[in-house]
Ligand binder design. Structure first.
Ligand SMILES: Nc1ncnc2c1ncn2[C@@H]1O[C@H](COP(=O)(O)OP(=O)(O)OP(=O)(O)O)[C@@H](O)[C@H]1O
Ligand SMILES: [Mg+2]
Length: 410
């Protein structure tokens, strides 16, 4: 593997996607990615973002990575892998130390981070991220980078993310059996946010809503800090299941009907319009009012937006979302979903599509469903720049794992 290559792997509930890119502008503050290859496969053995059948998932990983490798004309051995699911927990932790010398040194920062992350974890949990949010020097708050400042007391506010050790372990196993190594596990909503939110939006206040197949990811930022992360157990496939019941058609047909004729807002549909769906017998068809499909879709979407609204309200975020809502994930491709979001959430909304910081075959990932996999590579490229290390320089799996989350401090 060339040292400036980076690969992302997103094992979603319906599709496994892989992106291989070259990191350009090493040493620059925001490196750019030249997209070399994209691979996709149907996901097997995953329920609600958690691996339930390792062999099937391994096969999906192998197919998707090989496809991306073929397109890129390179091979990879390590992949930045997304982890999602409702087993993920977050907590804020504070660390305090006395500053050793005249000014705050790298050593002081290391110590304060060490203190902040010294949280006892039960054996069935594993650390995924430890993200410094801000520092206080001698009670002066709101400091982003205290290095070199004078002071006697240094405090760090660190956002810790943990996941179920078993879920993380099975994910690693599925990747390893396919012949690759996990560079680091990255929380899926954080990766997604990396691909579609701007620094300005995060500063002003923004909510991200990623509608996947089985889950909806929510993430809120304000003043550049993560304010809330949640994974809700409803997604695009929940809508499809409603269509299965409401229209008495098989899942695959319902999925097709939703993607072709589905509309988020029944008002947007001409009440006279009908669409052709499969009939009860083989080779038969029937006409169904498009408005009926829209009604079913709208009802469920209304519930999903309602849950997101409540989630953000309970977290105390609703007042701090000056930049509004960014909608992404496969479900964001539904016609009228933006209008629906604006109405249900009462704030401006836009669709988040990867593109920022990308060159090369960037068009191949310019769709909302590729936000997570693109975010993984961008996230990896940032770490890459921060450590000055190529992806191939880390060796043992353990080193990679510990190294990756500790390095988030720099
Ligand atoms: N054009 C479209 N219109 C409506 N829905 C769509 C469209 N394209 C994709 N979807 C829906 O998006 C969902 C898949 O989204 P995505 O690919 O982001 O999910 P995933 O990553 O596999 O799942 P998850 O993130 O929940 O694990 C499916 O429910 C699919 O039907
Ligand atoms: Mg997904």
């Amino acid at each position: 593997m060339r040292s400036n290559l980076i690969a992302g792997l997103d094992i979603g509930t319906t599709k496994t996607s892989v992106l291989i890119a070259e990191v350009l502008g090493e040493g620059q503050r925001r490196p750019e990615l030249r997209v070399l290859g994209v691979g996709q496969a149907r996901t097997g053995g995953v329920r609600r973002d958690v691996v339930t059948h390792i062999e099937e998932t391994t096969e999906s990983v192998r197919t998707a990575v090989q496809e991306a490798e073929l397109m890129a004309g390179v091979s990879v051995d390590r992949v930045w892998t997304a982890i999602g699911g409702d087993h993920v927990r977050t907590l804020s932790s504070m660390g305090v130390v006395a500053v050793g010398g005249e000014e705050i040194s790298r050593g002081d920062l290391d110590r304060v981070h060490e203190v902040a992350r010294a949280v006892a974890l039960p054996p069935d949990r594993e650390f995924l991220h430890a993200i410094p949010q801000e520092y206080k020097v001698d009670h002066q708050a709101g400091i982003k980078d205290p290095l070199g400042m004078s002071g006697t007391r240094l405090e760090a506010d660190v956002y810790l993310v943990t996941g179920a050790a078993q879920a993380a372990g099975n994910l690693r196993k599925a990747v390893q059996r396919a012949g690759y190594r996990v560079q680091a596990l990255v929380l899926s909503p954080l990766a997604t946010a990396h691909a579609v939110l701007t620094e300005d939006e995060k500063e002003v206040g923004v909510a991200l809503m990623g509608i996947g197949a089985s889950t909806t990811e929510v993430c809120a930022f304000h003043e550049g800090k993560i304010r809330h992360i949640a994974v809700l157990p409803l997604g695009g496939d929940t809508i499809t299941n409603d269509l299965v019941r409401g229209l008495s058609i098989p899942f695959a047909e319902a999925q097709r009907a939703k993607e072709r004729h589905g509309v988020a807002f029944a008002q947007l549909v001409d009440p006279q319009e009908t669409v052709e769906l499969p009939g009860p017998g083989p080779g038969q068809t029937r006409q169904v009012a498009r408005e009926l499909i829209a009604h079913i879709v709208e009802q469920r979407l209304d519930e999903i937006y309602g849950l997101v609204h409540r989630e953000l309200e309970d977290a105390g975020c609703m007042e701090t979302l000056g930049a509004g809502l960014v909608l992404t994930g496969g479900g964001a491709a539904l016609q009228g979903s933006l209008e629906m979001a604006q109405q249900c959430m009462g704030m401006p909304a836009r669709i988040g599509v990867p593109g920022e910081g990308l060159s090369g075959l960037a068009d191949s990932v310019a769709r909302p469903r590729f936000s997570t996999v693109t975010g993984l590579c961008l996230y990896g490229a940032d770490r890459f720049h921060e450590t000055g290390q190529g992806v191939s320089t880390l060796s043992s799996g353990l080193m990679t794992r510990i190294g990756a989350w500790v390095r988030e401090f720099f």
